[in-house]
Ligand binder design. Structure first.
Ligand code: C5P
Length: 305
């Protein structure tokens, strides 16, 4: 094989329960992830010098193209390829080419998705046929969201987010995303969360029964009502203007509206495709964000195309 291309979706957190900071600096999470059909593509091409390199291309003509994505060995996709190579004991290199549609530093796991895609693409390019357990182990070492990005679908995330188990979920959901023109650092949002909870006892996080029951029955209205995000207040303190987008969503009768992950993307659950279009048009005409994208979920994780 001279090249392998992998398509990988963005994630949302339907609920994101955050506990008190651990001694390693991470926070215990109780989250339900869902993959949505807003996808990056990672191509791994053959090289003959054993080197790992990366180039980054952006979809469309969007303000968020200005966001910095490193095109060197610090790119998480290159780190992923290097760790996989070490784990499997191979010496091959790869020329990675990333086509980005997922917002950068947007709270939708764009960097983690590219890392997961690089693992699958390099495994195919090198013909190494790594086991699911080997890929999972490397994925966990790369970042909290990377294991979920490999699997996709709808899944509970425990630990610092890296312990993923699939959940029984019915239905397909219509999402709208308002994308901000500048990203937010996940670490800074968690630091703001810590400042807000300084001296406050926080319970260990749990996934709510309302959310699980909504997913079991495929009830979009119940799912919308059960969306939660413990990082939302911290993200709103850093970016108060995100409230404008949330307010537009509520005015349009979105079934649910909240900040996605650590933000600054905001996410809206619609009743159906037409309702999603109405929300998207309202967000666009109110000029409260840089871009608006519609996508359905759940979709499968990193897959060869
Ligand atoms: O795991 P990942 O590298 O994606 O995390 C980025 C940053 O987000 C971490 O360095 C940490 O500051 C914060 N984080 C956290 N608790 C988590 C996940 C991430 O504090 N469960």
């Amino acid at each position: 094989m001279s090249a392998a291309t992998v398509r990988v979706p963005a994630k949302v957190n339907l609920c994101l329960g955050v506990g008190p900071v651990r001694s390693d600096g991470y926070h215990p999470l109780a989250t339900v992830y869902q993959s949505v059909g807003l996808c990056d593509e990672v191509r791994a091409g053959e090289v003959d010098d054993g080197e790992l390199s990366v180039s980054v291309h952006f979809d469309g003509d969007r303000t968020r193209e200005q966001a910095p994505v490193p095109a060197d060995a610090t790119n998480l996709a290159v780190v992923a390829a290097a760790r996989l190579r070490d784990a499997l004991g191979v010496t091959e290199g790869a020329a990675l080419a990333i086509r980005k549609a997922i917002p950068v530093a947007g709270g939708m796991a764009g960097g983690s998705a590219d890392a997961a895609a690089a693992l699958v693409a390099c495994d195919a390019l090198w013909g190494t046929n790594a086991s699911r357990a080997q890929l999972d182990e490397v994925a966990s070492s790369l970042g909290s969201d990377v294991p979920f990005c490999l699997h996709g679908g709808t899944a509970i995330g425990g630990g610092r987010g890296e312990e993923v188990s699939p959940v029984l979920a019915r239905g397909h959901y219509q999402w709208v995303f308002a994308i901000a023109d500048h990203g937010l650092s996940t670490a800074e949002v968690y630091a703001e969360f810590d400042r807000m909870h300084d001296g406050v006892d926080i319970d260990g996080p749990e996934v709510g029964e309302e959310l699980m029951s909504a997913l079991r029955s495929g009830d979009a209205a119940a799912l919308g009502a059960a969306l939660t995000n413990d990082l939302q207040d911290a993200a709103l303190r850093l970016r108060p203007e995100l409230r404008l987008a949330l307010d537009i969503g509520w005015e349009c009768d979105a079934l649910g509206a909240q900040v996605s992950g650590a933000g600054p993307t905001t996410m809206f659950l619609a009743r159906d495709e037409q309702h999603a279009m109405d929300i998207a048009v309202a967000l666009t005409s109110a000029q409260v964000c840089a871009d608006v994208v519609q996508a359905t979920g759940p979709v499968t994780g990193a897959r060869l195309v």
